[in-house]
Design a protein around this ligand. Structure first.
Ligand SMILES: Cc1ncc(COP(=O)(O)O)c(C=O)c1O
Length: 370
């Protein structure tokens, strides 16, 4: 049996007629940049997230970059974030010549540890950037409490967690802005790159809408310095079709997670591997189902040899990346992130997995430990 880490072809096969119809419509119109399809998607996603506005942009990385630019982040400013995430969360800070200041993650949920936040704040702190890793929210109540007390804006990295909920609020509705990615492997993925920013503030929306078109209010008149970061009509139309399935896909990911937990338990693997821990008040949308074991590298090789897709997200924490040597961090600075990088392994969790495939994955892990 072959179990890929993700199977977008099966997903596409079901939607092919609907998707080809909108693609043909747009090709007939020959109108590709922003426009009605993007506006429709922005409205749909604002309703879904429970925020007043959303702004379609070219990628999740750009959503983060534009959010920091809109905030006026300057060289030398500090932005507090985590070292256990995809590089884009901090790369955008560095691109503005600001400094990523790390706090460790919680050992169980892999998310921003709010108990370390207060000590990381300095007079140069201009933003806090929690990441909702693998599909569940960081502890936003605790983070927002400290941020509000200090008057520091919060930018949420929601790239892996569209639809995740914490105590009734959707990820992306907690911060000044929420940043989403439509990279194809996300729970809502485009046919290429795409991104979105959510916010409740109409002035921020107005500025971001200008900034994604080089700050231009009318042609060749530039009010602000921005960049080219537009969501295109083809991506928006594809995403609009796929959005209709998002709730079902999320439910199927959650069902697969429940089934994994049962199979791991029934196989007596509870002692050998640690299953994903869901934080208090969280609804997890399982962009990844990430287990941990000290024997990770050998298990990774074993599953690959059995044709079971699996990936290490992420093998090197960001404070130990070569490009960040100049930040002056060292091994041992963030023990929870460093241990996670040694032990994590993400398993297939995509909606279309069959029960036979789930059973095969867990049986193969049992064979490895036996
Ligand atoms: C946590 C996180 N932040 C940011 C990004 C960047 O998104 P994109 O690839 O759309 O630029 C990603 C996606 O890969 C991500 O997983």
């Amino acid at each position: 049996m072959n179990v890929p880490l993700l199977d977008l072809k099966t997903q596409y096969a079901r939607m092919q007629p609907e998707i080809m119809k909108v693609i043909e419509e747009i090709c007939a119109q020959q109108s590709f940049i922003l426009g009605a399809h993007v506006e429709h998607l922005e409205e749909t996603l604002a309703n879904f997230l429970g925020t007043k506005h959303t702004i379609g942009v070219a990628s999740g990385s750009d959503a983060l970059l534009l959010s920091l630019m809109e905030l006026g982040i300057q060289p030398g400013d500090e932005v507090i974030t985590v070292p256990f995430t995809f590089f884009a969360s901090t790369g955008v800070i560095s691109r503005l010549h600001a400094r990523p200041v790390f706090v460790d993650v919680c050992a169980d949920t892999f998310n921003f540890d709010p108990t370390q936040l207060a000590d990381a704040i300095t007079p140069r702190t201009k933003a806090i950037l929690p990441v909702h890793l693998f599909g569940q929210c960081a502890d936003m109540e605790a983070i927002n409490e400290i941020a509000q007390a200090k008057g520091i804006p919060v930018i949420e990295d929601v790239c892996q967690a569209i639809g995740a909920v914490q105590n009734g609020t959707k990820a992306g509705a907690f911060g000044r802005t929420g940043c989403f990615s439509f990279f194809p492997s996300k729970n809502l993925g485009a046919f290429g790159d795409g991104g979105l920013i959510s916010t409740n503030d109409s002035e921020i929306t107005e500025r971001l809408k200008l900034m994604r078109v080089h700050g231009s209010r009318s042609e060749y008149h530039h009010h602000l310095i921005g960049m080219n970061s537009r969501l295109d009509a083809l991506q928006a139309a594809v995403l609009q079709v796929k959005f209709q399935y998002l709730a079902d896909w999320t439910a199927m990911r959650q069902k697969n997670a429940t089934r994994y937990r049962q199979l791991f338990h029934d196989s007596g693997l509870d002692e050998k591997v640690t299953l994903p821990v869901v934080g208090a008040g969280n609804t997890h949308v399982y962009n990844q189902f990430t287990i941990r074991t000290p024997r990770r590298d050998a298990l990774n090789a074993h599953l690959t040899q059995k044709n079971i897709g699996n990936r290490i997200y992420y093998p090197v924490p960001l404070h130990l990346q070569e490009c960040y040597e100049t930040l002056g961090y060292h091994k041992g600075d963030f023990p929870a992130a460093e241990q996670a990088a040694q032990e994590v392994l993400s398993l297939p969790i995509y909606p279309e997995l069959t029960d036979e495939q789930l059973v095969f994955v867990v049986q193969s892990i049992k064979d490895f430990f036996d």
